[in-house]
Design a protein around this ligand. Sequence first.
Ligand SMILES: [Mn+2]
Length: 228
Amino acid sequence: MSKLIVYGDIHGCYDELVRFRQKIKPQKNDIEICVGDVITRGKDSIKALRYLQSNGIKSVIGNHEDKLIRYLKHQKKDKNNPITLDEDEKDIIINLNSDDIDFLQNMPLFLRFGKIIVLHGGLQNHQNLDKLSKKDRAKILRLRFVDENQNFVSFGRENEESIFWADVYDGNQGFIVYGHQYFKEVKQTKNTLGIDTGCVYGNKLSAVIFTNTQTKEFSIQSVKANVA
Ligand SMILES: [Mn+2]
């Protein structure tokens, strides 16, 4: 039976990704997916992006890919670009070829496999993946905290009352595998699995491997980040 392998945020950690796949040894029929934020911050964003393409690995879109796509869209218009890039992002932009851009532009917001959903940030209980507004899409890429009324809390506006979305997600859309928020260890709740274990911050790269997407049987694997 083929497996579903979902990788946490890679953020340009190409060496670790290659080493990780040598350890996992994906088989031909296995499906490999990333939770987004494949690029930026780490040293080898372009290499990581091309490695996915040449190995048939898909990714849902992360907020960092979304930012670059929005930047490129604005570049086509005859106005000042409202999006400011840092040096790392500028460097990525000038090195993207047309295949890379196609690959980025075709990253879906979420992917579904049986009862499992892969997306970058998070989901609020009222959101229906089949009926999303443009605002919902932006939130799914960025969600971390909700308030006591389950409203989205913007980045930097968290306080003691803020609740991490996965701690209150009721599972109504399925079992969600996500990244975006760095945890030292994979964070598991009843209906979610957070697999960004901060490889780019020197911790480790993690993946969840489902042997059956209906029963949600899974195992976790990780590789340590390279010593900088
Ligand atoms: Mn992110």
